[in-house]
Ligand binder design. Structure first.
Ligand SMILES: [Zn+2]
Length: 286
C-alpha cells in the first residue's frame, strides 16, 4: 500500500514563553526560543498530511485564520489567509479532497483551522471529511474545566456535531483505516488526547501533538504550563519514546519553529531528538 507523508505549515502564532515551558526557567528556554518584547515566542502550527492509495488524511488543522482582530493581535497571527489550505493547494490538494481530519484535541491552536473565517454560527472547512475526535476528549471540549476553558473554541463542538460527519473514537482504529493508522490516547496534556501512529511498511510516523510540541520538549521534564497533569505527561512521554526508539518511529512535531520530525534516542539517561528534519515532503513510508 502506498503511503506518503507531508508536513504542511499553517498560520504561525505566538504564545507566552513562560507558559510554553512550564516550570523551566527563562534563563534556560530563552536559548531555545527568543522571546519578543511581550515575552511571546514564535510557534508553528504544522499539520501532517498523509496520502494513501485510497485516502487523503490530515492530522490537525493548526490555528487557522478565524480569530478576530483583537485575538489575532494577542496571538500574533496574520489572519489575511488560511495558510494550511493555501499550502495544501500548493502541493495539488484541494480541501474538498481530504476525507479524514484527525484532531489530536480541540484546543484552538489545533482545531481553529477548521473554522471558516467570519462564520457565525461556525462553518467548517474540509466539507467532505469525517472529523475524527477522541470520545473522552470531545466530552471535555463540550464541558471544559475553568482552568482550560480559554483553550477551547466556543461553539465548535456543536458545529462538529451538526456537520453529521463527526466520528468519535475510543478504540485503536476506525473502519477503513485499520491498515493505515492506529490510535493512542494520553491524559497529561488534556483528557483523552488522540495520537495517530501511521504505519507504512518501511516507516512509522507518530503524531506527538502537545505531548512533545517540539524538539525541546523531548527532554522528559520539560512540560508546558498548559498541561493539565505534567507528571502524568512525563510518564506518558517516556512510554511513547521507549517505543519510538525500539521501533525507530519518526516523531512529528506540530509547534516547533524549525523542526518537523526526528528520531528519538537516549544518551546518558536523557531522551534526545536526533536526525532532525525541517520538513517532510512526499516522504515514503511504503
Ligand atoms: Zn493543546
Amino acid at each position: 500500500m502506498m503511503m506518503r507523508v507531508h508536513s504542511i505549515r499553517g498560520n504561525d502564532f505566538k504564545l507566552d514563553g513562560g507558559a510554553m515551558f512550564g516550570h523551566a526557567p527563562k534563563s534556560l528556554w530563552k536559548n531555545w526560543y527568543l522571546p519578543d518584547r511581550f515575552n511571546r515566542i514564535g510557534l508553528a502550527s504544522r499539520s501532517l498530511y498523509v496520502r494513501t492509495d485510497e485516502h487523503h488524511l490530515l492530522c490537525d488543522t493548526g490555528i487557522g485564520n478565524y480569530l478576530d482582530a483583537k485575538l489575532a493581535k494577542i496571538y500574533g497571527v496574520d489572519v489575511s489567509e488560511h495558510r494550511l489550505i493555501q499550502n495544501l493547494k500548493a502541493i495539488g490538494v484541494e480541501e474538498t479532497r481530504i476525507d479524514f481530519v484527525i484532531l489530536s484535541h480541540l484546543h484552538f491552536d489545533h482545531a481553529g483551522g477548521l473554522i471558516v473565517k467570519g462564520s457565525q454560527p461556525l462553518q467548517l472547512h474540509f466539507p467532505n471529511a469525517k472529523y475524527v475526535v477522541g470520545r473522552v476528549h470531545f466530552e471535555r471540549a463540550a464541558n471544559p474545566h475553568q482552568r482550560d476553558r480559554a483553550s477551547f473554541v466556543k461553539g465548535l463542538t456543536d458545529a462538529l456535531q451538526e456537520s453529521g460527519r463527526l466520528l468519535l473514537v475510543d478504540k485503536e482504529t476506525v473502519d477503513g483505516l485499520e491498515k493505515v493508522v492506529s490510535f493512542h490516547y494520553s491524559q497529561g496534556h488534556t483528557p483523552g488526547k488522540l495520537h495517530s501512529l501511521f504505519q507504512g511498511a518501511k516507516e512509522k510516523v507518530f503524531f506527538a501533538g502537545d505531548l512533545a510540541p517540539g524538539v525541546d520538549w523531548v527532554n522528559l521534564p520539560i512540560t508546558m504550563g498548559y498541561d493539565r497533569q505534567p507528571e502524568t505527561l512525563v510518564d506518558e512521554k517516556k512510554k511513547i519514546f521507549d517505543r519510538a526508539i525500539n521501533e525507530n518511529w519518526l516523531m512529528f512535531y506540530n509547534h516547533d519553529h524549525r523542526i518537523a520530525a526526528s528520531r528519538i534516542s537516549i544518551h546518558k539517561n536523557r531522551y534526545e531528538a536526533v536526525q532532525q528534519l525541517n520538513r517532510l515532503a512526499d516522504w515514503a513510508c511504503d
